[in-house]
Design a protein around this ligand. Structure first.
Ligand SMILES: *[C@@H]1O[C@H](CO)[C@@H](O)[C@H](O)[C@H]1NC(C)=O
Ligand SMILES: *[C@@H]1O[C@H](CO)[C@@H](O)[C@H](O)[C@H]1NC(C)=O
Ligand SMILES: *[C@@H]1O[C@H](CO)[C@@H](O)[C@H](O)[C@H]1NC(C)=O
Ligand SMILES: *[C@@H]1O[C@H](CO)[C@@H](O)[C@H](O)[C@H]1NC(C)=O
Ligand SMILES: *[C@@H]1O[C@H](CO)[C@@H](O)[C@H](O)[C@H]1NC(C)=O
Ligand SMILES: *[C@@H]1O[C@H](CO)[C@@H](O)[C@H](O)[C@H]1NC(C)=O
Ligand SMILES: *[C@@H]1O[C@H](CO)[C@@H](O)[C@H](O)[C@H]1NC(C)=O
Ligand SMILES: *[C@@H]1O[C@H](CO)[C@@H](O)[C@H](O)[C@H]1NC(C)=O
Ligand SMILES: *[C@@H]1O[C@H](CO)[C@@H](O)[C@H](O)[C@H]1NC(C)=O
Ligand SMILES: [Ca+2]
Length: 572
């Protein structure tokens, strides 16, 4: 094959010709037609085309990307399905021809959005790597939408790949890499991570590489779990003030920091923390916090905060055995009334999710009721047009029943835990899965549980070690020390967050360079800019004389694999 490097493309965009290619007419003449390989039954509305040129567009301080400065053409158009009164808008950012690297990147959403979860940062990040990047509105307005249609993302990718080939003239003989291959990727975190897993499971032949961060994939359990801590506290009937939780988190970070061999304020070994730090040692310790007010962060990335804005008074006292009973219960996950575990806890040193709130009317601590995190139960399970759930009489057993109800009701869509990934593997797909170890929205061990499910289903006759070795050839899981939910963590500011994942994936897919470790970039504090290596599960990080060793240890692995005996059917 002859590589023609000069950007002399027939009918293609170039820096000088963006004025020619970033036009409705040029887009129209390059739209996929019925002869192209796009899903059947789709009609593109060519009167809906928009095309806008952006030059020197810059994005800085994006959690998931290095800073970028890009030129691109922003294209959008709508399509519909036969016999359905629908209209779906897709948007593609087209790099300049000389920057185009035969890549397509599909991007995902967050919370209840199907796309644009990173607020446009993923779109720019993709363009900076020479990829056409795409998003979809899934047929609903972008904001406040409740569409989770995995089909819509697959369609956006399938249409986008063909459009990319047409736009850059890849099928023509003068194409840049003399190949019409478009390396196709997906990237997203949280709901966007779940969508990534849905693509692995449901559209296995569309992608070469998928990057899924902290996926909200076991949706039936996951959404109910948002209200598990307050209900567990209510079940015990003892309401520790917020300062008790904060004091225990700080003490846990202090006690566990050095277990990874490096005193940097980052707990890289939450497994050892669980095994070696007994929170009972906190009984009798005093606590004291100044008055404060905090406001809502809602369902987004980062640390979970109470859903309303609240003020807490100054607090002081001594940690009691009852306080620690509550904390022990949260650290071991939701149990039913038989004591069988129903769902997974957050990692020690991470935090506890929603806990107690102060009621100034009664000058007492309680749980928030009604609680807006119960919206899944009111709207998606009970079909009520009610935004929050009254928590007063809710029990741990109710949560279990709702988890099972949600799992069954949405088994074919939102549950997103199909563990047989053979079609994706057979198609040569690579999966990069990562999860912050201090996530207090989606339990870190939920990602490990899915990884284990895939290992057991796909390599049933191999040992844990051998199965993971096979799995690591194409599906790798990385636990990011100290990282919060798709975000950096103010409580562990020296912890890094991955900014080079797309680059790792490109090298894996296109150059066959396995990401033995991935980069995490420190994005706050005195070490800002430092790049740290992150080990592949099931190996765990240890710093020996300041140097990272990724080591395997059976008791460490066990400390991160929770059984869920409360279910009679498999929960992958
Ligand atoms: C592009 O934008 C950056 C700031 O983001 C600015 O420093 C630079 O001068 C701009 N370049 C051009 C050619 O406008
Ligand atoms: C994506 O998010 C950014 C930042 O909030 C916003 O400016 C932009 O309009 C959004 N794009 C779409 C297509 O919704
Ligand atoms: C916990 O540590 C953080 C930062 O190190 C500090 O701001 C906060 O006041 C501490 N809270 C308690 C209750 O000790
Ligand atoms: C933690 O300490 C308490 C009190 O000393 C003890 O009863 C309990 O067994 C310990 N837990 C573990 C897991 O070691
Ligand atoms: C503890 O709080 C009480 C009232 O809540 C207050 O009277 C007392 O001065 C506080 N003690 C300390 C040491 O802050
Ligand atoms: C749902 O409730 C909201 C706010 O109370 C109201 O505006 C809306 O019309 C209701 N929707 C339906 C379908 O009843
Ligand atoms: C595992 O072993 C069983 C029994 O020997 C055999 O029937 C089965 O085909 C094997 N499965 C795989 C995936 O190799
Ligand atoms: C990882 O970080 C190192 C150090 O900054 C850098 O040289 C390397 O290119 C990065 N790897 C990827 C895949 O971006
Ligand atoms: C595994 O970790 C445990 C707990 O830190 C330690 O006691 C044990 O020696 C380790 N085993 C190996 C083989 O490193
Ligand atoms: Ca440390």
């Amino acid at each position: 094959m002859i590589g023609i490097l000069a950007p002399l493309l027939i009918g293609a965009a170039s820096a000088t010709s963006l004025s020619k290619t970033c036009t409705k007419d040029f887009i129209k003449s390059n739209l996929p037609t019925s002869d192209d390989k796009i899903p059947l039954g789709i009609t593109i509305d060519d009167s809906s085309i928009t095309a806008n040129t952006y030059r020197n567009y810059s994005v800085t301080d994006a959690t998931f990307w290095e800073n970028v400065n890009i030129d691109f053409c922003e294209v959008s158009f709508a399509y519909s399905h036969d016999n359905q009164d629908d209209r779906i808008v897709v948007e593609y950012w087209m790099p300049l021809a000389e920057n185009f690297q035969n890549r397509f990147l599909a991007t995902g959403g967050a919370a209840y959005q199907i796309s644009n979860g990173s607020g446009g940062a993923d779109m720019s990040g993709g363009v900076a790597y020479g990829a056409v990047t795409g998003l979809t509105d899934g047929g609903l307005p972008y904001w406040g939408s409740t569409d989770f249609d995995d089909v819509a993302i697959g369609e956006m990718t399938a249409i986008g790949k063909v459009f990319t080939k047409n736009y850059f003239g890849l099928s023509s003989s003068a194409s840049k890499r003399s190949s019409d291959k478009v390396y196709t990727y997906y990237m997203g975190c949280s709901e966007g991570g779940r969508e990534g897993m849905s693509q692995v499971q449901k559209s296995p032949d569309l992608y070469d590489g998928i990057i899924a961060g902290a996926p909200a994939m076991r949706y039936g359990q996951q959404q109910v779990n948002h209200i598990a801590p307050p209900i567990q506290i209510q079940a015990i009937g003892h309401y520790p003030p917020s300062c008790v939780f904060d004091t225990v988190i700080n003490a846990t970070i202090n006690a566990c920091d050095k277990l990874d061999g490096k005193a940097d304020g980052v707990v890289s070994r939450t497994d050892l923390c669980l095994l070696k730090f007994n929170v009972s040692s906190m009984i009798g310790k005093s606590y004291s916090c100044a008055a404060s007010s905090e406001s809502s962060l809602g369902l987004g990335y980062g640390k979970r905060k109470r859903a309303d804005s609240s003020t807490t008074p100054a607090q002081n006292g001594t940690i009691s055995a009852k306080d620690i009973e509550v904390i022990q219960d949260l650290l071991t996950g939701l149990k039913d009334s038989n004591g069988d575990r129903v769902y997974l806890p957050f990692q020690p040193a991470a935090g506890f999710g929603d806990t107690t709130t102060y009621d100034s009317d009664t000058d007492s601590w309680g749980i928030e009721s009604p609680n807006s995190n119960g919206e899944w139960i009111t709207k998606f399970l009970h079909w009520q047009n009610v935004s929050s759930l009254v928590m007063t009489d809710v029990t741990n057993d109710n949560l279990k029943a709702w988890m099972i109800e949600g799992m069954n009701k949405y088994m074919d869509s939102l549950q997103t835990t199909l563990p047989d990934l053979t079609p994706f593997l057979d198609n040569g797909g690579k999966l990069l899965h990562y999860h912050g170890e201090a996530d207090t929205s989606i339990p870190t061990t939920g990602s490990i549980r899915y990884h284990e499910s895939v290992r057991k289903i796909m390599y049933p006759n191999l040992s844990f070690e051998e199965g993971n070795k096979k799995l690591n050839e194409w599906y790798r899981l990385y636990l990011i020390p100290g990282a919060a939910h798709c975000a950096i963590n103010s409580e562990q500011p020296n912890a890094g967050f991955p900014r080079d994942n797309f680059n790792h994936m490109i090298k894996w897919v296109e150059d066959d360079i396995t990401p033995v470790t991935i980069n995490a970039t420190v994005q706050s504090g005195s070490k800002e800019g430092e790049v740290q290596d992150v080990c592949t599960w099931p190996s765990r990080p240890y710093y020996k004389d300041g140097k990272l060793v990724c080591q395997e240890n059976e008791s460490s692995v066990k400390a991160m694999l929770w059984e869920l005996p409360a279910y009679k059917m498999p929960v992958y």
